[in-house]
Design a protein around this ligand. Structure first.
Ligand code: SAM
Length: 302
């Protein structure tokens, strides 16, 4: 068997690993991500300080180089040269999966075009974390990332989304959330909507309802903090007909817990985008069924 002569052949190209890192909870890092970050000759990071902290937390000493939206044009050919010279580079962003509303695409495309092996090391991404726990259809979805900042471009995007029948996933800053919810309501109608806030962190929260309910809630709260992913459900074929079993159950539990019926109804109406009066009738019915007197009326079992 002829053996290859090392001096005649070009150095074996390195590998570019695209490594997902936690979006909050540090234990969401994968064992494989840790192994790759430990063995890479270089870690290309969106923010070397932030990634340095993460690596130190896991006891990893790595050589870090910055790779962000302001230097990716110059950095990309430099990193590709190092890959072609045989180095192994791990690409990470501040949180989640590189390239997903984060730097990465340019380097991956250039490395692949140069014949370098590109290997994904999958893990957290806010879009998928939010979607899988949203309760909205997951069989078909579209990731829109951040809507354009320029009003004209944003209006055109929103107009295109009005025809979208898949679940839409959006990233948005908390400061712009109420304004976006209002624009989405106007452009898409009162669709089911879920706000996933601070996923995997201490104050993780889901608001599940409709765009009108979400908007009312955001206006009620005033200031919203933390990282937010917004999901819009497909349009319904028919308008919702009265409170369904889930809404009735929510009201029943509230009443059983001894809460003020008006408060229970107010919250359920907001959450599900249903008229308060209809829900109040439901609350009265439920109270009657439990043999309790309705407010201002007599106990009467139907
Ligand atoms: N590459 C990341 C990923 O894979 O999820 C996304 C980076 S993008 C610059 C950051 C945006 O992702 C935030 O503004 C927010 O919309 C969303 N996001 C990130 N972390 C989140 C979290 N813990 N909970 C909810 N949304 C989050």
């Amino acid at each position: 068997m002829p053996s290859s002569c090392a001096s005649d052949s070009p150095p074996p190209a390195g590998v570019l690993y695209v490594v997902a890192t936690p979006i909050g909870h540090r234990e969401d890092i994968t064992l494989r991500a840790l192994a790759v970050l430990k063995s890479a000759s270089l870690v290309a990071a969106e923010d070397t300080r932030k990634s340095g902290e993460l690596l130190r937390h896991f006891g990893i000493r790595a050589r870090l180089v910055s790779y962000h939206e302001h230097n990716e044009r110059e950095r990309t050919p430099q990193l590709v040269s190092r890959l072609l010279a045989g180095e192994t580079i791990a690409l990470v962003s501040n949180a989640g999966t590189p390239g997903i509303s984060d730097p990465g695409f340019r380097l991956v495309a250039a490395a692949a075009a140069a014949g370098v092996r590109v290997v994904p090391v999958p893990g957290p991404s806010a879009a998928i974390a939010a979607l899988c726990a949203s309760g909205l259809p997951t069989d078909a979805f579209v990731f829109e990332g951040f809507l354009p900042k320029k009003p004209g471009r944003r209006r055109r995007r929103l107009a295109a989304l009005a025809a979208e029948t898949r679940t839409v996933i959006l990233y948005e800053s908390p400061q712009r959330l109420a304004a976006r919810a209002a624009e989405l309501l106007e452009a898409l109608g009162d669709r089911p909507a879920v706000l996933a806030r601070e996923l995997t962190k201490v104050h993780e929260e889901f608001f599940r309802g409709r765009l009108s309910g979400l908007l009312a809630e955001l206006e009620r709260r005033g200031e919203i903090k933390g990282e937010c992913t917004l999901l819009i459900g497909p349009p319904e074929e028919e308008p919702p007909a009265g409170p369904g079993p889930a809404v009735r159950e929510e009201i029943r539990r509230g009443l059983e817990a001894g809460r003020d019926p008006r408060e229970v109804v107010r919250e359920a109406a907001l959450r599900h985008g249903l008229p308060r009066r209809e829900l109040y009738r439901e609350a009265v019915k439920l109270k009657h069924n439990r043999g309790e007197p309705a407010q201002g009326g007599s106990s009467e079992n139907p």
